[in-house]
Design a protein around this ligand. Structure first.
Ligand code: PEP
Ligand code: MG
Length: 916
């Protein structure tokens, strides 16, 4: 949807509904109500204890973001919704006697943890604070709630530095001799409110707004505006969330977790989101409100402790968790509050989880008959599988454990310790691995968390900001390491007697929560071992949880193989890579680049070819290359016996095989100056000068080169044909295919085919081998795509070279432009991901689609694949499935990812389930 058109509320007339009561929505309305709003509505519909409230739609936000003002009907609709809420509860917003207070929270379609704003206790002012004190019979609580409102409102709505409030709070604690804010008495809190109001006046030039409705309107506006903070934009860029979606705003009657020891607030997951272990998992904070758990400011209690404190509420929570999991048929995360013993549900959603948890939970739910194998496959992703293939710490390596904390996001991270986000970003930019060590993280640390190899915090549980965000981005994280004392000022941390300064190396294990001194070597992960060496080897030394994980991966990958329609091949040039690709499940080689066969010792032969000044000397040079190439192909075809192997004839410009032009020019000039002219080097320099190109990527390469250097492709084709004949003679089953690069015109392919066909026939006649070698072409120039119907007449197959096709469609030099331009383009939203990484469906994809259709119209049995980098990119794999390619080909390491995604693509395209 384009925000410029359908996002404009004005364009849809005055009757458009911008506000929905929780009781009027459901989880299907996530586009309009955001994730939080839709799920609050769903829980309300299920009859769960949700405090009443209403949601302002994402459409209203889109309008605000576009026009800089709220849509005109919003004010009245909020008034009506507020009236309904007040009538339901029998209390008025900000009433002087028994005030209704509300929370105002953002909630976009896709969860963006901690990225946007929340204001609690809206409706409190100098009068209603007394009403609240009387109503709940707790003066301290009322003043504490009021100071929290001013603090959150000041920071979020009025843009006042939070430091000012924090330091006033700290001084108040010192004055009162209190360790925590819970110990502050009412009188001190009242003074603090005055002080906070003073800060507001001083910083903004106006009084803290006393009108409850004005507070509400300003808070809602701040939530809208928070969609566009730097950190929210950065998060969306990373998560590939569109910028025009906007956020909904949820206005909810307050319930209080900070009404003494029978109250509290917590976050829980229906299973462990880090490991996937079954059973309720979470944190609880006694006498605390709202964000305290997520912020990780205070260390929390476990749910077992919560059960001891309030058995009834814990039982109810367990029952509701089970209900939600059955209803959503997935892991849910839950925010809840207990107000004087009574449980309230504040939020639920399908919870984020680590890659390992995703696989384990998906297959557990199949075992529990909650979902099918098909559904389970849509619940995991290629990206998660790739994460599980990362190495882990070597179990046999010696180590010194400094402390044991919580493993919040798995992986093995080793890096230099840094204490702030800016240093993490700066050091990482110069190529260093860093560990970001913080007391707790907040959303401003996002850039540092992205840059770091791992994150270590000393406060907060598995549901703290650091944990949630790190898990979301697949970053290793250990949190709540209480034994570590960080002195960010002095740039060091202390654990017992050990002092670690900034720049010293630590190793953290995000699965076990261990923190080690120094660098520990890493080894392949069990999932990588399984993929490369099979299930039995992987299970040999696995503990129960690891075995369970490997079993889950195996189950889902095998299901993907059964389900997918796309073939998966690998790009491999050597027998070694080919063997690895086969183990990883490749069903053939989709691209064997032959250029490496012209490097190393063979350079001299290429030099001779280039310098040949007569047909005879050229043929002599080619004749020397021939047996070497034949041996290359014979080994490769032995490794890939019985599987299709596509050999691409030479592509890069010849000067890539010659010495560097500047270095050679300097060498020759120095020799001349010394009177020691070397005629051979002089000739070479002339050739290098002659072959020099300003735009080599658009120059004499691929088929063009073959037409300029007669015999080159014929020699390669002969080597292929003779290798195939030799394999046949040895009883093998070579299924080799020859591919011509950089074709733009059917005539180019014609000319080359004539030459190659002749060579293959000669070899067949000579050897008596029954050679059937399909000849196809890469489609990697827009002109090739546009004339695919003609090219197909001469080709047995197409393979899309989407690297070059992206380069030439956009006019982007693939070697230069990513570093120079892409950060700015990503920032300005020209694209959300590099088109070299994930296929640009609208542009390059349109050419691919057209060429497939035209090619198959001309030749119905035309085989069509892709061998650009996009062949291993999850999102692109879905596109290639949609347009009916026969196979994708990618680097060996990405083969399992492509297999999984191809299976998912078949299911998702069929059922429309899930997202890619
Ligand atoms: C391509 O262009 O997509 C391709 C596979 O060829 P290369 O990357 O070798 O140019
Ligand atoms: Mg190419």
């Amino acid at each position: 949807m384009n925000a410029m058109t359908s996002g404009s509320v004005a364009g849809r007339g005055p009757g458009v509904q911008l506000v929905y009561d929780f009781a009027d929505g459901d989880r299907g309305m996530v586009d309009l109500l955001g994730g939080k709003g839709a799920n609050l509505a769903e829980m309300t519909r299920l009859g769960l204890p949700v405090p009443p409230g209403f949601t302002v739609t994402t459409e209203a936000c889109q309008h605000y973001l576009l026009r800089g003002e709220e849509p005109q009907p919003l004010r009245l609709q909020v008034t009506m919704a507020l009236r309904r809420l007040e009538n339901l509860l029998g209390r008025r917003l900000g009433d002087v006697q028994d005030p209704l207070l509300v929370s105002v929270r953002s909630g976009a379609k896709f969860s963006m943890p901690g990225m946007m704003e929340t204001v609690l206790n809206v409706g409190l002012n100098d009068y209603s604070v007394k009403g609240l004190a009387d109503a709940v019979g707790d003066e301290r609580f009322a003043w504490d709630s009021y100071r929290r409102l001013i603090q959150m409102f000041g920071r979020t709505v009025l843009d006042i530095s939070s430091e000012l409030f924090e330091s006033a709070l700290e001084s108040a604690k010192v004055r009162a001799g209190a360790d925590t804010d819970v110990e502050l008495p009412a009188a001190v809190l009242r003074e603090l409110v005055d002080e906070f109001k003073g800060i507001v006046l001083e910083q903004t030039g106006r009084q803290f707004p006393q009108d409850p409705r004005e507070q509400l309107d300003l808070a809602m506006r701040a939530v809208f505006a928070s969609w566009n903070t730097d950190r929210a934009r950065l998060y969306r860029r990373r998560e590939r969330i569109r910028n025009d979606l906007g956020t909904a705003v949820n206005v909810c009657a307050m319930v209080f977790g900070n009404l003494g020891d029978s109250s509290g607030t917590g976050v829980c997951f229906t299973r462990d989101p880090a490991t996937g272990r079954p059973g309720l998992y979470g944190d609880y904070l006694v006498n605390a409100q709202g964000e305290d758990v997520v912020a990780g400011i205070r260390n929390t209690l476990s749910l077992e402790d919560f059960a001891h404190l309030n058995a009834a509420a814990h039982t109810e929570l367990t029952r509701i968790a089970r209900r939600l999991e059955t209803h959503y048929r997935d892991l849910c995360d839950i925010e809840f509050t207990v107000e004087r013993g009574k449980l309230w549900m504040l939020q639920t959603r399908v919870g984020k989880r680590t890659a390992a948890a995703a696989f384990r939970i998906a297959t557990q739910l199949v075992d529990e008959k909650v979902i099918t194998n098909d559904e389970a496959l849509t619940r995991v992703s290629g990206q998660q599988l790739a994460q599980l293939m990362f190495p882990q710490f070597d179990a046999d390596a010696p180590r010194t454990r400094l402390t044991l904390a919580m493993g919040a996001s798995p992986g093995a991270a080793v890096g230099k310790v840094v204490f702030d986000s800016a240093t993490a970003t700066a050091w990482a930019a110069r190529g260093e691995d860093v560990l970001l060590c913080r007391r707790e993280t907040n959303p401003d640390d996002l850039a540092g968390m992205i840059a770091a190899a791992g994150v270590l915090t000393t406060r907060g549980g598995k549901t703290s900001h650091a944990a949630v965000v790190a898990r979301g981005m697949g970053r290793t994280c250990v949190c709540g390491a209480e034994e570590i004392d960080i002195d960010a000022q002095a740039r060091k941390l202390r654990v017992g007697d050990v002092v670690v300064a900034e720049g010293d190396v630590l190793s953290i294990d995000g699965s076990t929560g261990e923190v080690f001194a120094g660098r520990i070597p890493v080894v392949p992960s069990p999932v990588a071992t399984y993929l490369e060496r099979g299930l039995d080897v992987a299970l040999e030394s696995a503990d129960a949880e690891t075995a369970d994980l490997v079993g889950s991966v195996d189950q889902l990958l095998r299901h993907a193989d059964r389900t997918r329609l796309l073939g998966v091949r690998a790009n491999a040039d050597t027998a070694e890579d080919a063997a690895r690709a086969r183990h990883l499940g490749a069903e053939g080689i989709g691209l064997c680049r032959t250029e490496h066969m012209f490097l190393g010792d063979r350079r001299v032969l290429v030099e001779r070819l280039i310098l040949a000044d007569t047909p005879a000397s050229r043929d002599a040079a080619l004749a020397e290359l021939l047996p070497l190439q034949r041996a290359d192909f014979t080994t490769l075809l032995r490794e890939m016996d019985g599987l299709p192997t596509t050999i691409r004839l030479l592509d890069p410009p010849l000067h890539e095989f010659l010495p560097d032009r500047t270095e050679l020019a300097v060498e020759v000039a120095l020799a001349r100056a010394a009177g020691e002219v070397d005629p051979a080097r002089e000739v070479l320099l002339t050739a290098v000068e002659r072959l020099h190109e300003s735009n080599p990527m658009l120059g004499l390469r691929g088929v063009r080169l073959a037409l300029m250097v007669p015999g080159l492709f014929a020699m390669q084709a002969q080597a292929v044909a003779e290798a195939a004949a030799a394999r046949l003679q040895d009883g093998g089953r070579p299924l080799v295919e020859i591919m011509v690069p950089l074709v733009g015109s059917v005539m180019e392919l014609h000319l080359i085919r004539d030459e190659i066909d002749g060579v293959i026939t000669d070899v067949a006649d000579r050897t008596g081998a029954d050679l059937s070698i399909p000849i196809g072409t890469m489609i990697e120039l827009p002109r090739a795509a546009l004339t695919a119907h003609r090219i197909a007449e001469v080709a047995e197959f197409f393979s899309f070279g989407t690297n070059d096709l992206t380069q030439t469609t956009w006019g982007f030099s693939r070697d230069d432009v990513e570093a120079a331009l892409f950060a700015t383009y990503l920032d300005k939203g020209v694209f959300t991901v590099s088109p070299f990484e994930s296929l640009d469906r609208d542009g390059v994809g349109t050419l691919v689609r057209m060429a497939v259709t035209a090619g198959r119209e001309a030749k119905p049995d035309l085989k069509v694949g892709v061998c650009g980098e996009h062949g291993g990119d999850p999102d692109s794999v879905h596109f290639f499935h949609e347009i009916g390619l026969d196979y994708v080909s990618c680097s060996p390491f990405r083969v399992p990812v492509a297999r999984l995604e191809a299976g998912r693509a078949a299911l998702i395209a069929e059922t429309g389930a899930g997202a890619s």
